[in-house]
Design a protein around this ligand. Sequence first.
Ligand code: DAT
Ligand code: MG
Length: 152
Amino acid sequence: MERTLILLKPDAIQKALIGEIISRFENKGFKIIGLKMIKISAELSKEHYSHLVSKPFYADLEKFITHHPVVAMVLEGNECVEVVRAMMGPTNSRKAAPGTIRGDLSLSTSRNIIHGSDSKETAENEIKRFFKPEELFEYKSCHMDYDYAPDE
Ligand code: DAT
Ligand code: MG
């Protein structure tokens, strides 16, 4: 089953949106198989945002993401990488459609509430970066108790 890494960024936590966002993923049908609050180190930030370290906004991004707690989460579900990216909306929250997480909860690009892996390959690397194998859990979810669709 496909997995993806989510970070609820400091702005989501400061705006008391943790429950709101987790509810969206639970309601959609994704299974939370890992969940924790962490502080990201400068080293981890540079690794996670290696595609952005040379950008002019990187210093602000690193300061923002390392000075405050974030919530890290692994979701599991059919095609969850792509579905979560659609639920998030694009990087610039002002361009994100109403109904998406960024579209409903932010007006910003640099403070855009949430990170979600952008491909299956990235997701595998990011999950290993943020979670030890023993921090991920297998359990029976309520979706197994109803007559769910065969592709669900
Ligand atoms: P995404 O988070 O949608 O995958 P990304 O990987 O290109 O986008 O960038 C990672 C984060 O870096 C993004 O969520 C917010 C910040 N960022 C990206 N482009 C930015 C910009 N032009 N100005 C300020 N911050 C930016
Ligand atoms: Mg990205």
